[in-house]
Design a protein around this ligand. Structure first.
Ligand code: ATP
Length: 582
């Protein structure tokens, strides 16, 4: 339970909600416990033949008033306790999401999205259940049990009380055991269902691959197997509950049998009144539910505590890349970039992605980066954005080492277009304006024009208000890339990084984009990573990467004269173009 300590701030802020909620809850219990007393007096008067019409009305009013009081205070405790647990869920979810977004990119390499989603849904829900319904049931069960037993023993007969309660500890113990099995089976149901939803999600996302490989029948079969698994797990649960409820009823019936037998004898011999007998039965009926609840409460609290532990593990996780205390806020980056003897290995890799990498880029110039796949091109951008910190060497902007500058000031002044061109499921306008707090429609259109995507956008039914993704239009790879370029440009970045961002665009459009960019980005430094020579040939300087190192550098013409790797790539691409034209 110590894992809940992390929530002490929340409890402290909301202590009055919990305290008042528990008071309302106890009031409901007191009112419930009054009913047997009313029944006792009513029956005794009935038996003694002293019941008048006014008495009947009076007892009726008591019962209705108690019923009304129970309903009213039950409403209050639900609002105070269950409502507060919903508030806890809301705050915890915000905290977890905010924290997860602050963690470094490496965290996401090592953790599956499905697991993170499970923490954000199942674990938070389990904590809410423990600290809402769990607390209610525990308080309720303890209070009702204590008062009902005291009332039974003091107002009726202590021997009858002991005998009637004999089956109950056994009942509570067996329910606890049942609870454990229920827990295991419930987990199995959840796991099998989560695996089924993963399959469905993957099938829908990969529907084009399934269709083009004619794999519908095989996928349906695989789905069927998983569905059968879910069914089997659910049936195991159904069978367990099928035994659970009759068992509880049988065990509580044993208690009632004892009361009927021994209590009936006590009534016949005049040791207790008929009213005592009726009240006793009513108290006993009130006890069955706490016995059932106690096993459930233990499970809910255990599950909540385990979930809180998992959430705490995430919340204790620290971002790997952070601002140093003396990091400066470098507001007006000029764009001079230096990589000085930089070496870097990804955390879960044995190979250097960059080796002794040294490169100097002056502000306002453009540099083209080309090389084989996996040669370290993207890693240059990754390190410049400080998504990872280099293991050795220094990277600096305008003479300031990157780790001496605040992350926010670096990243906000770099316009990065990544290879995936990921867009959010919202309008095209909102996607373009993603990186800026405010901007005019004209500004959005202006950048879309530079990125040569304006004509495509106005061709969509809702223009700039067209939804992208599942709820809207499906964009071509080239359209996505150009919207991503507009998204980077609208930030008016001091450094622009295009990472293979024109690969899905035809060479004519590419030429137009590059020439518009040249005008728009006169003051900025550009790093253009590409596989096609046409994308980088006009850059002020080109570097050729191989195996994490620069193997050639110079202008397009210089590199062609070198007749090395760059020349080879050029020749190959010329040949490919020729074949394509023929
Ligand atoms: N997150 C990562 N974890 C481990 N290794 C990685 C990671 N990202 C890249 N690598 C490895 O680092 C090396 C350089 O990768 P990088 O993405 O920089 O290459 P690239 O030249 O941009 O390739 P491409 O042209 O295919 O985009 C590769 O060997 C790659 O497998």
């Amino acid at each position: 339970m110590s894992h809940f300590k992390a929530l002490k701030g929340f409890f402290f802020r909301n202590k009055w909600y919990y305290i008042l909620g528990i008071i309302w809850l106890l009031l409901v219990d007191v009112l419930q416990l009054l009913i047997p007393e009313v029944l006792r007096r009513f029956t005794d008067q009935l038996q003694a033949n002293t019941l008048s019409n006014e008495d009947i009305i009076r007892y009726g009013i008591y019962i209705i008033s108690i019923g009304f009081g129970i309903a009213f205070f039950r409403f209050l405790w639900r609002i105070y306790i269950i409502g507060t647990s919903r508030k806890l869920e809301y705050e915890l979810r915000n905290k977890l999401f905010g924290h997860l977004l602050k963690l470094s990119t490496n965290y996401y390499t090592n953790h599956k999205t499905g697991d993170l989603m499970a923490h954000a849904t199942n674990d938070i829900n389990a904590v809410r259940m423990a600290l809402g319904p769990g607390i209610v049931m525990m308080t309720d069960a303890i209070f009702i049990t204590l008062i009902a037993i005291t009332m039974m023993a003091t107002t009726t007969d202590w021997r009858l009380t002991i005998l009637a309660l004999l089956p109950l500890p056994f009942l509570a113990f067996t329910i606890g055991k049942f609870g454990k099995v229920i827990n295991v089976r419930f987990k199995a149901v959840q796991e099998s269902f989560s695996s089924l939803t993963d399959t469905v999600q993957e099938n829908f996302s990969g529907i084009r691959v399934i269709k083009s490989f004619v794999q519908e029948d095989s996928e349906i079969k695989k789905f069927s197997v998983k569905n059968q698994h879910v069914y089997d797990k659910n049936m195991a649960m159904v069978k367990l509950f099928g035994m659970f409820f009759p068992f509880v009823q049988f065990m509580s019936a044993l208690s009632f049998l004892i009361v009927v037998g021994y209590g009936g004898t006590l009534v016949i011999y005049g040791d207790i009144s008929l009213g005592d007998f009726i009240a006793f039965e009513a108290y006993l009926a009130l006890l069955v539910w706490p016995m059932m609840a106690i096993g459930w409460v233990i499970n809910v609290l255990q599950r909540g505590s385990a979930s809180m532990e998992r959430i705490n593990t995430i919340l204790d996780e620290q971002p790997e890349v952070v601002d140093q205390p003396d990091a400066i806020d470098h507001k007006d980056i000029k764009g001079d970039i230096e990589f000085n003897n930089v070496s870097f290995k990804y955390p879960n890799s044995n190979e250097d992605a960059l080796k002794n990498f040294t490169l100097s880029i002056s502000s306002g110039t453009s540099i083209g980066v080309i090389g084989k796949t996996g040669s370290g091109k993207t890693t240059i951008a990754t390190l410049l954005l400080r998504l990872f910190d280099a293991n050795e060497g220094i990277i600096s902007i305008d003479g300031n080492a990157l780790n001496k500058v605040q992350l926010r000031s670096i990243r906000s002044q770099i316009g990065y277009v990544d290879q995936d061109s990921f867009l959010f499921s919202t309008t095209i306008a909102e996607n373009i304006a993603f990186g800026v707090d405010e901007c005019s429609k004209e500004e959005i259109i202006r950048t879309a024009k530079i990125a040569e995507v304006h004509d495509n956008i106005v061709g969509f039914p809702d223009g700039y208000e067209t939804f992208v993704g599942e709820r809207g239009v499906t964009l071509s790879g080239g359209q996505k890339q150009r919207i991503s370029i507009a998204r980077a440009l609208i930030k008016k970045p001091k450094i622009l990084v295009l990472d293979d961002a024109l690969s899905a665009v035809d060479t004519d459009t590419e030429e137009r984009i590059l020439s518009s960019l040249k005008d728009a980005m006169k003051e900025s430094t550009s790093i253009i990573i590409a596989h096609r020579i046409s994308t980088i040939k006009d850059s002020d300087k080109i570097i050729v990467m191989d195996n994490g190192e620069i193997v050639e550098e110079g202008t397009h013409n210089e590199l062609l004269e070198n007749r090395k790797l760059y020349f080879e790539i050029y020749q190959k691409q010329l040949l490919e173009e020729k074949i394509a034209q023929d």
